[in-house]
Design a protein around this ligand. Structure first.
Ligand SMILES: [Zn+2]
Length: 318
């Protein structure tokens, strides 16, 4: 069986021809034009899907369905791209399914990108066969997805797993959502960078300064890990702080859902195990209510392909 999965990002659209095992046969990528309208966006998704069939020499009639992973709020029941802070067009409630089907009459499924990553990892990645399975993506913010009972959980109005905005600190750091103390202000890649920059201001002799050539704007999520590897005390403090914040949200997820596995994705998750996953497991296991059943905490395995694979396989879980 063949599926098409499209991973929509703010800068690139990536479409892939995928089979039921999550194997990608081929991909096509198109940059997002700065002045792209919602209509042009819809038309581009159809064009890319047709192109995939040509390149893969697949009869379009053999495609089971098209799944679209979107960076924003999505209503799959109504077929709408509800809201998007990340695309050039600002229209609300773009009727994406209808737009696609006007050109190509085929089942179309829509999903939020973090949810698609969860579907991908559950179907073909590190969370295969685990239920419930939680996917946590550490990026600019923290995205999340939950597969429970073999189904993608979305909540009654599709905002069910905005885990980045669970509050872990009363009157804490101000968040982009308007709230204070949201988890993503402590556990995202952005938070890690800010913690590193703060610590660097306190400690001018930190190795982190050498790594970024004296320019604190060059600090990335990798910087504190690189410096900690060199034994830098300031970097170790940064990581200890960061891991504490990251672990609190995960402990909350475990206490509420008791997932079999939590998969971590995003750039930060590529850090070496002795600096990230191992200490994180210790903190989470120690902090959870049920100390007899340890949640598995693993690196997501599909990497950049999770979005395409998850979008393609949405049909099976929604
Ligand atoms: Zn928030």
């Amino acid at each position: 069986m063949y599926y098409i999965g499209i991973d929509v990002g703010g800068t690139n659209l990536v479409a892939g021809l995928v089979n039921e095992l999550g194997h990608i046969f081929n991909k096509v990528t198109t940059p997002v034009a700065r002045d792209m309208t919602a209509e042009q966006f819809g038309a581009e998704l159809v064009r890319m899907s047709r192109r995939l069939c040509e390149v893969g020499e697949i009869d379009p009639g053999k495609i089971e369905s098209v799944g679209i992973g979107l960076p924003g709020a999505v209503d799959n029941k109504a077929g709408l791209f509800v809201q998007n802070p990340n695309m050039p067009f600002r229209d609300k409630n773009v009727p994406l399914r209808e737009m696609f089907q006007r050109e190509w009459d085929i089942p179309v499924f829509l999903g939020n990108d973090a949810n698609c990553a969860a579907v991908g990892e559950y179907w073909a990645g590190a969370a295969k066969g685990c239920d419930p399975a939680v996917m946590v993506t550490l990026g600019t913010g923290i995205g999340g997805g939950l597969i429970i009972g073999g189904r993608l959980f979305t909540g009654f109005a599709n905002a069910g797993m905005e885990i980045g905005h669970m509050i872990i600190q009363p009157n804490g750091i101000l968040c982009g959502c308007g709230g204070r103390g949201c988890w993503e202000r402590y556990g995202s890649a952005t938070a890690l960078i800010q913690l590193a920059q703060l610590e660097m201001e306190r400690d001018r002799s930190s190795e982190m300064w050498t790594i970024v050539d004296g320019d604190s704007f060059k600090v990335s999520g990798r910087t504190p890990f690189q410096a900690a590897r060199l034994g830098d005390a300031a970097a170790k403090r940064v990581l200890a702080n960061y891991l504490q914040g990251l672990s609190i949200g995960m402990i909350n997820l475990v206490n509420i859902l008791q997932p079999e596995i939590i998969c971590l994705g995003g750039g930060v998750s590529n850090a070496e195990d002795d600096l990230l996953l191992n200490p994180l497991r210790e903190l989470v296991w120690r902090g959870c209510f049920d100390k007899d059943h340890h949640v598995r905490i693993e690196k997501a395995s599909l990497g950049n392909d999770a979005g395409v694979v998850g979008a393609a396989l949405l049909e099976n879980l929604v």
